[in-house]
Structures are given as structure tokens and as C-alpha cells.
Write a protein that binds this ligand. Structure first.
Ligand code: HEC
Length: 174
């Protein structure tokens, strides 16, 4: 009897850890714009977010993220983040993934060796074309996941803010 109780407690504990691990959920309300720093938007927690106006105009970073995604991610993750037989649909993944987790997976990569598969997410921590645009990628995929951003190239976007030009020059040049 005592052994059984212990097992039950351990199982309950594991279930709790598992549920805590997946508790994060993003949605439109959480992603709402709370601040604007030179055309770069953040939510109430200070994490980067997208802005989509009523006529469909997206902020610069969301548009830039679309372009970066199409040059460096889409071959594995599918058009518009819809996934492929090889890599997960990031338009779903970001519904439950924090900004911090996104940054670390993209920088460090990941390897899933389960079920005899060898699906590898490459590490992009040394690739300027990716790490200089991490926030762009994040807000684009966040907009796809929770912001109703339609598939395809955003038709209209805000102008590139001077701050984006400066950040790009110093990151790409440095
Ligand atoms: C060579 C193919 C490939 C490329 C290119 C690639 N990925 Fe991945 N990515 C994968 C695979 C495969 C996985 C799943 C790995 C696993 O299951 O551990 C993955 C997983 C991820 C995850 C975790 C998803 C989840 O649901 O847990 C994120 C986030 C991610 N990739 C972002 C990106 C971004 C952003 C880019 C472009 C800068 C990119 N990936 C480019 C193959 C790729």
C-alpha cells in the first residue's frame, strides 16, 4: 500500500511538471500592442509584437520577418509557417512558445531523434542573416500564430523606421 501511494504521488508530480511545462499560451489579447518605440511594438510584458491595422497594413518588423522567414526557414518549415513533413508548423508552435524559448531554439538548434527520425533544427546563432532579425522573425510568426495574419506576402507595410536601419547596420557590420 505505501509503495502504491508513493507511485501515485510520483505520477501526480510528473503530471504536474508536464502541465506546468506547457502552461504558456499566447493569444491576441496577450499580443496586443502596449508600447511603440520608433515603429517597434511591444506587448504589456515588453516582448516584441506585431501591429496589423484595419486595412491590413503591417508594421515594418512583421513584413521584414516574412521576408527573412522566406529566405532562411521556409524550406523546412513550409510556406507561411504552415509546416512540412519534415519540420513543425511554426504558425502553431508559437501559440504555446515563449519569446525566450523561441530565441534559444533558433540560436542553439534542436535535434529530435525519436522514432528513428533524425530531424535537425540547425543552430543559427552564428548566422547574421538570422540573428540580426530574430525579433522580425518572432513578430511575423507570432502574427501568423495569434494575429490572424493571412498567408502570403503582406500587401501593405509601414515604412522602415530609421531605428531599424541603424540596428541593422550595426548588427550586420559588427
Ligand atoms: C534544415 C531544416 C530547417 C531549417 C532551415 C529551419 N528549421 Fe526550425 N526546425 C527544423 C526541425 C526538423 C525542427 C524540429 C526539431 C525537433 O523536433 O527537435 C525545427 C524546430 C523549430 C522550432 C521549434 C518548434 C516547436 O514546435 O517546438 C522553432 C521555433 C524553429 N524551428 C524555428 C526556425 C526558424 C525561425 C528558422 C529560420 C531562421 C528555422 N527554424 C529554420 C528544421 C529547420
Amino acid at each position: 500500500m505505501p509503495i502504491r501511494m508513493t507511485l501515485l504521488a510520483v505520477t501526480a508530480g510528473l503530471a504536474l511538471v508536464a502541465s506546468l511545462g506547457s502552461a504558456y499560451a499566447d493569444d491576441k489579447a496577450a499580443a496586443a500592442v502596449a508600447s511603440d518605440e520608433n515603429g517597434k511594438y511591444a506587448d504589456k510584458d515588453g516582448n516584441p509584437t506585431f501591429k496589423i491595422q484595419e486595412d491590413g497594413t503591417v508594421d515594418w518588423y512583421t513584413y521584414s520577418g516574412f521576408r527573412r522567414f522566406n529566405s532562411d526557414c521556409f524550406v523546412c518549415h513550409g510556406a507561411d509557417g504552415a509546416g512540412s513533413s519534415f519540420a513543425p508548423a511554426l504558425a502553431n508552435s508559437l501559440k504555446t512558445m515563449t519569446y525566450a524559448d523561441f530565441l534559444s531554439i533558433v540560436a542553439e538548434g534542436r535535434k529530435n531523434l525519436s522514432a528513428g527520425k533524425e530531424n535537425v533544427m540547425p543552430a543559427f546563432g552564428n548566422n547574421k542573416n538570422v540573428y540580426c532579425y530574430m525579433d522580425d522573425l518572432y513578430v511575423y510568426l507570432r502574427a501568423r500564430a495569434v494575429g490572424d495574419l493571412p498567408r502570403g506576402r503582406p500587401a501593405k507595410h509601414e515604412d522602415k523606421p530609421p531605428a531599424a536601419k541603424e540596428a541593422e547596420a550595426s548588427c550586420m557590420g559588427g
